[in-house]
Design a protein around this ligand. Sequence first.
Ligand code: KMH
Ligand code: ZN
Length: 279
Amino acid sequence: MRAMPEPLLVTVAPTGAETAKEDCPQLPTTLEELVSTARACEVAGAAMVHVHIRDGEHRPTLDLGRLTETVAALRESTDLVVQLSTGGSVHDPLDNRLRVLDAAPDSCSLTMGTTNFGDDVFSNPWPFICELYQLSQEREVVPEFELFDLGHVASLQRLLDRYGLPYGGKVHVDFVMGVPGGMPGTAAALVAGVAALPEQVTSWSATGIGRTTLPVMLASLAQGGHLRVGMEDVLTISKGVPVDSNAQLVERAIEAGRLAQRTPMTTGEARALLGLNAA
Ligand code: KMH
Ligand code: ZN
């Protein structure tokens, strides 16, 4: 008898650090907008939110007070797993990115290597990766390993071999594909990445940037993976048609998952998947 397909974890990345509010007024940049977006996405079927915040002028910030307030507000208004970005923007100093853990989120992103990022460089030197990982273990924050390239998969093996399992004992990774400078957002690249994952990995998701969003979503579902969607990664719902809201992207992911016979993962199931129940 065939096993039931695993429920589908949908993570929403609603804001990011790359898009200007003036270019996309529907981007949630204030705390109120972020909280109402998160609520709508939870109703639509998301179980985790990957958070970047903005300052009073809608510019990316890693201000600790704002981050702490954001974690509290999301916890009060939703049951979503709250994941803070430690990637920030390409301009954020490494020290500020380490301090994100002071806001005590459930989860944090942790990118496994330096990547050309359009015309910029997203810097993640090995000593920084090791420091952030050890800090996540000490602070009892569950990391999500962000893999922008195949070399990042090998670096994850090196990290796990050197420092052991994350807090909670589970290893969840997210393939971020189609960044200009990273691996392409293709089914072939995803298959290669999944085949190379360390044996300690317990779950994985994938997201495709821009026009790669649909190929990556379909390839991930075909391989039994989970999904990340949101306006951090794509701003059109089809060619030339702007996204209305993050919930619209979550709804599409849930619908695609249903076609693949995957039921939306609840927030409780997501906590178990990520090892947050050990907390
Ligand atoms: N904004 C990118 C430079 C993460 O959140 O950890 C990095 C990023 C990855 O978005
Ligand atoms: Zn991010």
